[in-house]
Design a protein around this ligand. Structure first.
Ligand SMILES: Cc1cc2nc3c(=O)[nH]c(=O)nc-3n(C[C@H](O)[C@H](O)[C@H](O)COP(=O)(O)OP(=O)(O)OC[C@H]3O[C@@H](n4cnc5c(N)ncnc54)[C@H](O)[C@@H]3O)c2cc1C
Length: 588
């Protein structure tokens, strides 16, 4: 039987990452750069064995090694692991410092010497003011994190099963939040049971997440995971914000980047993970500036880090459950009842997947039924597995092309007569040129069968004939409905549930909503002054990443105008105070 440590990683006395040969992760600073940075901090000696940073600590300092060496160690309940050695002219740090999350690693001096030390705030100020250092540090931080995620080296261990929907959910949550973790599959490795015994966990309690410091979470909700990992620990919920942005898809993240970079106090509230629908795309090829495409996850990670670099706060796994419609102020109510006060609000809650009316669909979600097609879902497939993709829009086309790359047979089921009705020409052409993809028009799934995992799919074609095939994986890309139920009638919607803004709001809409101002609503403003809507959630929006990003950034110019109307905080009438004015002028 293998040892417990062998199950989790290969322990070695040499560092896992060689900092000498990794110029992106561990660049060497020039003497001039070090001098420039040193002006922001202090110079101090370091002694052998000194722990400069303990894992789990917040607001950790940033170090540049002038002489000596610092070990980067991943402590664990099982064994410590030497990740890298930071040498002369190199610097410490990881994206956690930017995201305001606790440190993943312990930093211990192995060779005494001297460092330049900056507090987290000093380091933040540096990257906001020095473009060259910003690029250098952010590239290193992001590369280091990507390496950890790729190698599965983190401060948590997930033990689960490929057959389990909950395991899939947790893996997706961690992956989309860019948090590195080690995964052990109980189906593939019987020795994992010894590990479970060690933590006092019964096989029936899977999936289990073993957090830093040994906290054991049995089938935790996303919110519990976020709490355990300290994602939201440093966010002050009592503070009134210039702008609260609900949703961290491309639209919400773009708003956050522009708001924070223009000096506004911005808070983003995200029900699940940053990236929204775009975060589930395997490759976005039509977004300006990425000629070879970019995965939605990477785009989301970069945007998330960018927003936080400028000082926006991003709250993870906390959904908005309501907008307070009282006349005195804007407030976004969270699921736990807490209310975040805001001078302006941007709604960027996008849309969520439409589910076909199949009675047992929930049983197979994550265990054969998926709403994304990325490397994560692909890892669930066996060699040569046939798959079904359902849908006729770009997301389905991308998924079919992505999944057929390895010659895998893909059935693309479309309700309409042809793909060209709703898919971009470039994707239709790519599908036509991929023999592994079989397009089945006017066809829909009528039943899913299986025991614990999807095993069989039944579909009906245009002749009415029903076919049954042993297929274990179905990717549903069947469009989305607006995420507006949480607004509970507070904001004017169109007949399909999307938010009306600016010129789409008719006189009747404004009268019904008691629009209180002399002016008309701004372009992206809803039926409530100071509340804006951007991206897929907005009626009339073109459902694309570029339009979401564009609207998210434009909205900030209207936020500035609204804040100017309100005046300085001390003398500002609360936004809703307008509602008390007796003469309603709906001058649109
Ligand atoms: C698989 C796929 C592939 C795609 N590929 C492309 C492509 O190649 N090119 C392209 O241009 N477009 C593509 N799209 C469309 C594009 O992703 C969307 O148009 C874009 O993501 C919309 O951005 P958004 O920010 O408006 O909304 P979303 O991306 O839907 O993000 C909304 C966010 O709000 C959060 N949220 C919802 N409700 C709440 C709440 N109550 N409280 C807090 N948070 C909440 C959600 O969790 C989500 O993160 C694709 C879409 C999919 C699904």
């Amino acid at each position: 039987m293998r040892s417990l440590t062998a199950l989790t990683e290969n322990i070695s006395s040499t560092p896992l990452i060689d900092s000498v040969t990794e110029p992106f992760m561990f660049p060497k600073l020039t003497a001039e750069q070090i001098e420039r940075i040193a002006a922001h901090g202090v110079l101090r000696p370091i002694t052998r064995g000194e722990v400069l940073i303990e894992s789990g600590r917040y607001d950790v300092p940033f170090f540049i090694v002038k002489a000596g060496e610092i070990e980067v160690i991943r402590p664990s309940a099982l064994d410590d692991l030497l990740i890298a050695i930071v040498r002369k002219d190199q610097f410490t740090g990881d994206i956690s410092m930017i995201l305001g999350r606790p440190a993943l690693m312990r930093l211990r001096v192995s060779v005494p010497g001297e460092v330049v030390e900056l507090t987290r705030d000093q380091m933040h100020a540096l990257i906001q003011s020095d473009a060259e250092m910003s690029e250098l540090l952010m590239t290193a931080f992001i590369s280091r994190r990507i390496e950890l995620v790729t190698r599965g080296i983190g401060d948590i261990l997930l033990i689960g099963s490929a057959q389990s929907t909950a395991t899939y959910r947790i893996k997706e949550f961690l992956t989309r939040n860019g948090h590195p973790f080690k995964y052990l599959n109980i189906d593939r490795d019987a020795d994992v049971r010894d590990l479970l015994d060690r933590f006092g966990v019964d096989g029936g309690e899977l999936p289990v997440l073993i957090c830093r410091a040994g906290a054991v979470l049995k089938n935790p909700a996303n919110q519990e995971i976020a709490e355990c990992l300290g994602f939201n620990e440093r966010i002050d919920q009592a503070q009134q914000r210039d702008v609260v942005i609900v949703g961290a898809g491309p639209a919400g993240l773009a708003s956050a980047v522009y708001a924070a970079s223009e000096g506004l106090d911005a808070l983003v509230i995200e029900a699940c993970s940053p990236g929204g629908q775009a975060g589930s795309s395997s490759k976005i090829e039509n977004y300006l500036g990425f000629p070879t495409g970019i995965s939605g996850k990477e785009l989301a990670e970069r945007a998330h880090a960018q927003a936080q670099k400028f000082g926006a706060s991003v709250m993870i796994a906390k959904g908005a459950a309501g907008l307070t419609c009282e006349p005195k102020c804007h407030g976004v109510r969270l699921g736990d009842g807490a209310i975040i006060s805001a001078r302006t609000v941007i709604i960027a809650t996008g849309a969520r997947y439409r589910k076909p009316p199949l009675a047992n669909i929930a049983e197979f979600e994550g265990a054969g039924v998926y709403y994304n097609a990325t490397f994560m879902e692909e890892a669930q497939l066996g060699d040569g597995d046939e798959v079904i993709v359902v849908g006729g829009a770009n997301s389905a086309g991308q998924a079919a092309v992505f999944l057929a790359r390895a010659g895998r047979r893909v059935h693309l089921l479309v309700r309409s007569d042809s793909l060209s009705v709703s898919m971009s020409r470039y994707l239709v052409r790519r599908i036509e040129e991929t023999p592994a993809i079989q397009v089945r028009t006017r066809t829909e799934i009528v039943a899913l069968e299986g025991n614990g995992h999807l095993e069989r799919v039944l579909w009906r074609d245009s002749t009415g004939a029903v076919t049954s095939q042993n297929i274990r994986h179905v990717f549903l890309m069947t469009g989305a409905v607006a995420s507006t139920a949480w607004l509970d009638g507070c904001i004017t919607l169109d007949s399909k549930g999307f938010i009306k803004t600016g010129p789409d709001l008719t006189r009747q809409d404004l009268a019904a909503a008691q629009w209180p101002l002399d002016r008309s609503p701004y372009l992206l403003e809803t039926s409530r002054p100071g509340v804006f809507a951007v991206g897929d959630v907005r009626c009339g929006n073109v459902k694309r990443v570029a339009s979401a990003v564009g609207e998210g950034s434009i909205a900030i110019s209207f936020v500035h105008r609204m804040l100017a109307e309100l005046g300085p905080i001390s003398s500002a009438p609360p936004v809703g105070a307008y509602l008390e004015r007796p003469n309603i002028n709906v001058g649109v």
